[in-house]
Design a protein around this ligand. Structure first.
Ligand SMILES: Nc1ncnc2c1ncn2[C@@H]1O[C@H](COP(=O)(O)OP(=O)(O)OP(=O)(O)O)[C@@H](O)[C@H]1O
Ligand SMILES: [Mg+2]
Length: 287
């Protein structure tokens, strides 16, 4: 017998009272979920942690050269959804993901996909900067080396330099490339992690609250960098700062208790939200 959650969902008669109530309360996303020029296309994505239904039928496109902000109260599933985009939930034994997630038309949910190159194509920058316990140079050189992106030392040197330049860190570290990555300030470490992500030529960069441990100056530098990176990459950023979402993103997705409530241009979401839950959140009545 098929006891997968999808099978349960299509047989309402088998639902428990709680599940039935949840089904009936299921939100339909307000706004335009699709993009005319999508890089990632997610359809009917569900995530469970054992019995906990953390992401519920979420469908969303993320466009090329777009910064998509993901906002919503703590625990609503932002990080969980972000982790779907490069199969990082695979690393959590309790997590189970269903639905379709395509990168440039290719299904990444396909079990035969090798997640190592996938995670280079769809890189991730975490809340807390996490440089490897290696030199600044080696932090950047490591990825290109394991992915075989360069042929010799001078090509590798060049790639390290361009990655650090694009992350806006080169001038600050060019004379100390052998110093440990951990010797940098928090804001510098976060730019080092962004340089590391860029060094393997990703198509998409996922950022989970990348500035929450940074001061306003370091935050401003990262935000400028995000705007610049958008020219070449697709970026999805989770943030608790509405100001940040408004500053860096073109589209915004509002999550609530695992549902994608509303998605639209950042302008519309902040100036004329359609859904009451979105309005309550952005006006500070909830969250
Ligand atoms: N590894 C895990 N095991 C079990 N449950 C989890 C796990 N990670 C997240 N959850 C649950 O899934 C739900 C969504 O969590 P998630 O971390 O995605 O929320 P979030 O929106 O990123 O919150 P925050 O803003 O606090 O980071 C929460 O109820 C959380 O408790
Ligand atoms: Mg989170």
């Amino acid at each position: 017998m098929n006891t997968t959650p999808e099978a349960i969902a299509v047989k309402p008669s088998q639902l428990t009272a709680d599940q039935l109530a949840e089904e009936q309360a299921r939100e339909v996303t307000v706004g335009e979920i699709s993009s005319p020029n999508p890089r990632m296309v997610c359809r009917d994505v569900n995530v469970w942690y054992d019995d906990k239904h953390a992401i519920k039928d979420v469908s969303l496109d993320i466009g090329k050269n777009e910064v998509m902000a993901m906002i919503g109260p703590s625990g609503c599933g932002k990080s969980t959804f972000l982790r779907c985009l490069n199969r990082m939930n695979d690393t959590i034994p309790a997590a189970r993901v269903t639905g379709s997630i395509k990168l440039d038309g290719q299904e990444i949910q396909d079990r035969t996909i090798d997640v190592v190159p996938l995670r280079a194509q769809v890189g991730m920058v975490f809340q807390k900067p996490n440089p490897f316990p290696k030199s600044i140079y080696e932090n950047i050189a490591y990825g290109p080396r394991i992915h075989g992106l360069t042929n010799n030392r001078s090509e590798l040197d060049e790639l390290v330099e361009t990655s650090l330049k694009r992350a806006g860190l080169w001038e600050e570290v060019k004379d100390r490339l052998d110093a440990p990555g951990t010797s940098l300030s928090g804001g510098q470490q976060q730019r080092l992690c962004i340089a590391r992500t860029i060094s393997v030529s990703p198509e998409v960069i996922l950022m989970d609250e990348p500035c929450s441990a940074l001061d306003p100056i370091a935050t401003a530098i990262i935000e400028e960098l995000i705007d610049e990176l958008r020219q070449q990459y697709t970026i999805a950023i989770v943030t608790h700062s509405m100001q940040q979402a408004a500053r860096v993103s073109q589209r915004t997705a509002y999550f609530h208790l695992g549902d994608l409530i509303e998605v639209g241009t950042t302008d519309d979401i902040f100036n004329q939200p359609q859904h009451k839950l979105t309005e309550d959140y952005i006006t500070g009545r909830f969250g």
